[in-house]
Design a protein around this ligand. Structure first.
Ligand code: BES
Ligand code: ZN
Ligand code: ZN
Length: 475
């Protein structure tokens, strides 16, 4: 699907946006009749063949919600794509509107049909945007930037959707190298030997029983021609469990399906670096991907094991399904050594976060209130939903162990999205805790019932929010 700034072409049909269920005043008699006979009141979409206008209702809400326009366009494109039309046009009034329209169209058009013999055809190939309210060059650059971002999101959705028999840690590491080459990123791939030399005892334990060996990927981006300038340094860490069977604390069948998506955090980090590089943002950005598979076998790590993490803290294992925090523990310690100005981890960490916030929102955690609020604002701007979950010292105590420094599961299941976040905090270098954010994307990362701009499958959660956060930081 191509979006073009072209004020001359009307295309096969014209999309007309309707806000607040208000029909436009300049309707012809025929249009009025057509809308009336279809009983159209400005909700959903309605096509008037005679004048080739496709009316799209934009829902209104009496609370802050960032996605009314994006969602409307995403569903409209689905409907139009089934008609026999190749092109459409649309008037936009503001720059924000232009951006939301682009994202709605491009994100809504993705479909994971790689393994289907019958592909999900969408006939709509070109959308022309017009504006009379701001400069054509601005419109062109909004389209260009939205395209970069949406293409990263869609490529990462495809990677996450790729079945675990194909998308092993090695596959994701190779994928990262390919993206790095294409977008001018530096990329180092470290194997198990390196993890051993770094004494990453927690990460290694999780990966032990799998035939597919673990990898740690370090991507980095520095804008060209920024010599001598002090740039903000952002380090991102992603949980990359290419499969989470639960390990010996095996997941029951119905909870194991979808666990190919347990690599969503690491994959999002990859997508963020690709976008940041292609957008040429003025920040130094690093991405650390912790890639492993949590499996069972004769040499699996066990409940009762005591692991020594990279930062020398000992961890009593009581449940091998709480593996993400073990991989992240060592990755956060590694990332701390890069001395970032902001350190952010992204992870499908807990089912409890989904219980707390629902399927649609990312849980934001950390020790710095302003940082959390700035991030929530950026996420909203980018069209991602989030909620701040507050730390407290009582929940931290639930990780105390009789036999080690920490236990990998809390002693109460209540509040366990937060306690898991506090567990991670123990592996961030002391001097950096005020610069650290934890994002639990377990809810929005994988979609089993399409919503908004997200079709069935991986959503690419976190990419747009973090790119926006870095954009704001780099201003
Ligand atoms: N990958 C899961 C978390 C998850 C659950 C992600 C549902 C997406 C959807 C994680 O590794 C896990 O299994 N967490 C356990 C922790 C528990 C054993 C303390 C959980 O949330 O139940
Ligand atoms: Zn798990
Ligand atoms: Zn997991």
């Amino acid at each position: 699907m191509e979006i073009l700034a072209n004020s001359k072409k009307r295309g096969d049909l014209e999309i007309v946006l309707l806000y607040d269920k208000k029909l436009p005043k300049n309707l012809t008699k025929a249009e009025k009749e057509a809308l009336e006979i279809r009983n159209y009141k400005g909700e959903g979409s309605c096509f008037v063949e005679s004048s080739r206008k496709f009316f799209v209702g934009v829902e209104s809400h009496n609370y802050p919600f960032p996605n009314a326009l994006r969602d409307a366009l995403a569903s409209a494109v689905g409907v139009i794509g089934k008609l026999k039309v190749k092109s459409a046009s649309l008037q936009v009034k503001t720059k924000q509107e232009a951006r939301e329209v682009c994202e709605g169209i491009m994100l809504g058009a993705y479909c994971f049909d790689t393994f289907k013999t019958k592909k999900n055809e969408n006939n709509l190939k070109e959308v022309y945007l017009h504006t009379t309210q701001f400069a054509q060059t601005d419109l062109e650059s909004i389209i260009k930037d939205s395209k970069i971002l949406s293409e990263s999101v869609n490529a990462i959705r495809e990677l996450i959707n790729t079945p675990p028999m194909i998308a092993t840690p090695k596959y994701v590491a190779d994928f990262a190298q390919r993206i790095a080459k294409d977008s001018g990123l530096e990329c180092k791939v470290y194997d198990e030997k390196f993890l051993k030399s770094e004494k990453m005892g927690a990460f290694l334990a999780v990966a032990k029983a799998s035939a597919n060996k673990p990898y740690l990927v370090h991507l980095s981006y520095k804008p060209k021609g920024a010599k001598g300038k002090k740039l903000p340094k952002v380090v991102l860490v992603g949980k990359g469990l290419t499969y989470d069977s639960g390990g010996l604390s095996l997941k029951p069948g119905e909870f194991m399906t979808t666990m190919k998506s347990d690599k969503s955090g690491a994959c999002a980090v990859l997508g963020i670096l690709e976008s940041v590089a292609k957008l040429g943002l003025k920040a130094e950005v690093h991405g650390i991907l912790g890639l492993a598979e949590n499996m069972i076998g004769g040499d699996a790590y066990k409940p009762d094991d005591i692991l020594i993490a990279r930062n020398q803290k000992s961890i009593e294992v009581r449940n091998t399904d709480a593996e993400g925090r073990l991989v992240l523990a060592d990755c956060l310690s590694f990332a701390s050594d890069l001395n970032p100005d902001v350190l952010i981890d992204l992870a499908t960490l807990t089912g409890a976060c989904v219980v707390a916030l629902g399927d649609y929102s990312t849980g934001i955690m950390g020790y710095n209130q302003k940082l959390k609020e700035d991030f929530a604002k950026a996420a909203f701007e980018a069209g991602e939903l989030s909620g701040i979950l507050p730390f407290n010292p009582y929940l931290r105590k639930l990780f105390n162990s009789e036999v080690a420094d920490l236990c990998n599961i809390p002693s109460s299941r209540y509040g366990s999205a937060i306690s898991a976040g506090m567990f991670l905090g123990e592996f961030v270098k002391e001097s950096l805790v005020q610069k650290w954010l934890h994002l639990d994307i377990a809810g929005p990362a994988y979609v089993e019932k399409a919503w908004g701009v997200n079709p069935f499958g991986a959503s690419g959660a976190g990419i747009r929010a973090v790119v926006q956060f870095i954009t704001n930081l780099a201003k």
